[in-house]
Every structure is written in structure tokens, then in C-alpha cells.
Design a protein around this ligand. Structure first.
Ligand code: ADE
Ligand code: ZN
Length: 323
């Protein structure tokens, strides 16, 4: 069966990473920016390793220059989400790509992003620093986050190369965001092992982990996650596309869930990985036999773990109950 019309929640989605390659090429042409090297002959994003993926990702952002570009991008991302009946999404937003972390510029980009609207899709933002850009830039990003925290900006997080530096290098930024009332998540346990997940919880005090799937390599960590309720934002299609796991069959999402860990499922950067939320659900059914009850439970976990306020949660809950 196809799960396209089933309502879905998505908690781990990078806004720039959700840009369709055709959309990015059009913007680049308009601005006469030459980013042809980012695409293969079929017009898809071209990369063959995680490092290359991060590079192509950053090259593609060169086409996104103005607040209006980000408004158009957000509009197209919302339209894509609506096609897969994603009724609630949290998008990672990076001030690094929106005026180089300048607070005045960031406010303009943010206002433009919030202009985008599609009926039936509620969007919230998680401001995200980029690990391989280093702790000093992360502090500037955290300031953007602290200054714009509110109904729309609900969280702070970190993406980028997990293989660079340590989680503890970013304690200052995460503390600043927490003091501003933001909820916290960070990428960990995608490329490094269980120790990285432990470090994220210990040093940054996050309540959700981006990916976190390599926790499966340490049974005592799996037990701890189940007991403490730290939520994993898993992205199986992303992990298979980037080679963290050779196939869906090898992906630990079902084992983690069955061990009592709170797991959610998202797409990460859908066009890069030739996926979308319907495809993730279809693959979960095909690979692990998940069905309606499993997907309802997955939605309940995601709603509980969402960083939005109670009023939004109640609205989403009513929509889920009505289906
Ligand atoms: N930024 C966008 N996608 C990412 C991923 N899968 N891991 C780390 N940083 C990212
Ligand atoms: Zn990610």
C-alpha cells in the first residue's frame, strides 16, 4: 500500500537540503552563479561520500542569496510536504546561509521564511549551527537563535560534520539557546559511535538526537535511552543513501523501537537522497512490516517530542484523531 495520504509529522528536515535541484538550478541561472559542478548529467545532486555531500550542499546554497529566495524555497518545501500529507514539520534553519549570521540580516530572512504558507501544513523552525564551521560561528548562530526565539523558532541544534571537533566545544552556544527558552537537539551517532551520543546528552543536555542510530552498537546506551526517553530523529533513507548502512534491512530503526527507544522518522534532505515521507513509510512497511498501528504510534511519539507549544500540539492532535 502507499502511505501518501496518511498524515505524517516530520521533525528532522534541513530547509536548504529540501531544495529541489531544478529549483536551485533555476535560481542559479537567474543570478548567473555557476554551480553546475553540484549536479550530475540527469540534473540530480552529485556526490559520492558524506564529505562530498556536505560540499555539494554548501555549493547549492550559493544560489540562495536573498530573503525572497528563502521565501520561495520555503514555499516550495511546504508544497512538497503537503503532497505527502505532512501536517507538521520542524525545519532546520541555518543563519550561516542567511546573511552570514548577521542578526539584522537574519531577522529579514526569518520574516521572509515566515511569509511562506500552505494550508494544512504547520511549520516551526530549529536554528542550526554547523559543526565544521567551528564554535565561534556557532556562538553567533546561537545569538541569532536566542534573539528570535518564540512561537516560530522553537529549537536550537547542530548539523554538519560529526567527525570534526567535539560536542563539548559547543556547550556555550547550547547553554545560550537553552537560557533563551529553546529546546535542544544535535546530530550525533550518524558517523561516530555510541560515545558521541553519550557526549551529546552529557555535554549539551539535548533532549533529542539527530540520527542517533549507532547507539544500537552499545546495549547499555540503548537501555539508557529507553529509560530516559531521549528521542531519536532517525532518517533511514538518508542513512542508506549516504552509506551509514548498506540497506534498509540493515537499518536499526525497528530494533531501537522494539527495545523501547523513542524513535521518529524523517527525510533529512529529501531530494539529495531521492526520498520523501511517503517513501520512508512505504519502506518501513516493506522492510519491517510496519502498518497503521505502528505509524499511529510513530506520529504520537513525534507529536510528544515536537518542540512547538501546547496549543499547536492540541491542534495537530485533533487533526490526527480526525483521520
Ligand atoms: N546537514 C544536512 N544533512 C546532514 C546530515 N545528514 N548530517 C549532518 N549534517 C547534515
Ligand atoms: Zn540532518
Amino acid at each position: 500500500m502507499s502511505w501518501t495520504s496518511f498524515p505524517k509529522l516530520e521533525l528532522h528536515l534541513h530547509l536548504e537540503g529540501a531544495a529541489d535541484p531544478a529549483f536551485v538550478r533555476k535560481l542559479a541561472d537567474e543570478k548567473r552563479v555557476d554551480i553546475r559542478a553540484a549536479f550530475d548529467e540527469q540534473g540530480n545532486y552529485a556526490y559520492s561520500s558524506f564529505e562530498e555531500f556536505l560540499h555539494v550542499y554548501e555549493v547549492a546554497t550559493q544560489a540562495l542569496r536573498s530573503p525572497l529566495d528563502f521565501q520561495r524555497l520555503t514555499q516550495s518545501v511546504l508544497e512538497n510536504l503537503a503532497e505527502h500529507n505532512v501536517i507538521y514539520a520542524e525545519a532546520f534553519l541555518s543563519p550561516d546561509f542567511c546573511g552570514d549570521r548577521d542578526l539584522v540580516a537574519w531577522r529579514e530572512y526569518l520574516a521572509a521564511i515566515q511569509e511562506a504558507h500552505v494550508d494544512g501544513v504547520t511549520l516551526k523552525g530549529i536554528i542550526t549551527c554547523i559543526r565544521h564551521f567551528g564554535p565561534d560561528k556557532a556562538k553567533e548562530t546561537a545569538l541569532c537563535a536566542a534573539e528570535t526565539a518564540g512561537d516560530f523558532i522553537v529549537g536550537f541544534g547542530m548539523g554538519g560534520a560529526e567527525t570534526v571537533g567535539e560536542q563539548r566545544d559547543f556547550t556555550y552556544s547550547f547553554d545560550m539557546a537553552r537560557e533563551a527558552g529553546l529546546r535542544l537537539t544535535t546530530h550525533a551517532g550518524e558517523w561516530r559511535g555510541p560515545q558521541e551520543v553519550r557526549a551529546a546528552i552529557r555535554d549539551l543536555g539535548v533532549e533529542r538526537i539527530g540520527h542517533g542510530v549507532r547507539s544500537i552498537e552499545d546495549p547499555s546506551l540503548v537501555k539508557e535511552l529507553a529509560e530516559t526517553g531521549v528521542v531519536l530523529e532517525t532518517n533511514p533513507g538518508s542513512n542508506v543513501a549516504l552509506g551509514v548502512y548498506p540497506s534498509w534491512q540493515d537499518h536499526p530503526v525497528a530494533k531501537l523501537r522494539d527495545a523501547g527507544v523513542k524513535v521518529t522518522v524523517s527525510t533529512d534532505d529529501p531530494p539529495f537522497f531521492h526520498t520523501n515521507m511517503s517513501h520512508e513509510f512505504d519502506m518501513l512497511e516493506r522492510t519491517f512490516g510496519w502498518g497503521e498501528e505502528d505509524f499511529k504510534a510513530l506520529n504520537a511519539t513525534a507529536l510528544d517530542a515536537a518542540f512547538c507549544g501546547d496549543e499547536t500540539k492540541q491542534d495537530i492532535s485533533k487533526l490526527l484523531e480526525a483521520t
